[in-house]
Design a protein around this ligand. Structure first.
Ligand code: ADP
Length: 272
């Protein structure tokens, strides 16, 4: 499923003295099967935006189209999106609650009303997708390591076979090797299933490794978008928003600056 947002604005507590504009006239297009990144500092509106895409919030004005579903201020029934847009919220392991891993992963598919053998099949596949051994299936999720718990929570969303997967800082708190491995797995699943992925992160390193297009949010607005290469052409603007270029790009920037400086031969004059 693809995503189109046209002039989407959202004001929390609208009509009250506490009204808080969180999104202002945001436009975005994500084609079916794309892998995109949303970056921006804390409070820039990323989470508000993804909740609109998941059908969890309605815009105050503007329109979204998620596949065939149109969402605007008057939309009532968004049940057509159920299971089709999967969201992995920050620290999703905090939402684990069942007594076994298998039951936790089966929870979503069961709510979709699937047959028992289909549910079982989906749990097995989801465990594989996130790289967890089937032997863990009967264990309590609370006996697992933090990284394993995160994988169980993500498997629960993947078992719904979402057409759009939204990941909000999915690797926060994981060690660097675990982060890379998890995102690599999600990336290959995206390729394999033509699953649209929105990766929300403040890490330029992560998003630029996987996303073909980046959307930069600041102050509730979409201030910049394009391929990572295009976005990285604006390091000064990014820094204004508190976003640092990935280490590798910073290195290249430095090399370019060095090369731009005419060679000073006296630098190489041996000291007397
Ligand atoms: P981000 O995900 O980029 O950190 P958010 O979408 O969470 O940004 O927040 C955008 C703005 O909306 C912030 O100023 C935040 O304080 C405000 N906000 C978020 N949720 C609510 C809410 N439920 N009620 C009022 N204001 C909110």
């Amino acid at each position: 499923m693809g995503i189109v947002a046209i002039n989407v604005s959202h004001v929390y507590l609208t009509g009250t003295p506490y009204a808080k504009p969180a999104l202002t006239e945001v436009n975005l297009t994500v084609p079916t099967g794309a892998f995109v990144g949303v970056i921006g500092p804390t409070g820039s509106g990323k989470s508000t935006l993804i909740q609109h895409i998941a059908g969890l919030l309605r815009p105050t004005s503007g329109t979204l189209r998620i596949g065939d579903t149109v969402i605007d201020v008057d939309s009532k029934d968004l049940s057509s999106l159920r299971g089709r847009v999967g969201v992995v919220f920050q620290y999703p392991e905090h939402q684990l609650f069942e007594e076994t891993v298998i039951k936790d992963i089966a929870y979503g598919p069961r709510n979709l009303g699937l047959a028992e053998d289909e549910i079982e099949q989906r749990v097995t596949t989801a465990l594989e997708w996130v790289g967890l051994s089937p032997e863990l299936a009967q264990r309590s999720p609370f006996q697992l390591s933090g990284g394993q718990m995160r994988r169980v929570a993500i498997a629960g969303v993947l078992a719904m076979h979402p057409e759009i997967l939204i990941l909000d800082e999915p690797t926060a708190g994981l060690d660097p090797a675990g982060q890379r491995e998890l995102l690599d797995r999600i990336y290959s699943l995206h390729r394999q299933r033509n699953m649209t992925v929105i990766l929300v992160s403040h890490s330029m390193e992560d998003v630029s490794r996987y996303a073909e297009r980046l959307f930069v949010m600041a102050g509730g607005r979409m201030v910049l978008s394009g391929s990572p290469q295009e976005v990285f052409q604006h390091p000064d603007r990014l820094r204004e928003w508190g976003l640092e270029l990935p280490e590798t790009i910073r290195l290249m920037e430095r090399i370019n600056q060095e090369l731009a400086v005419p060679l000073k031969l006296d630098r190489f004059t041996p000291e007397a």
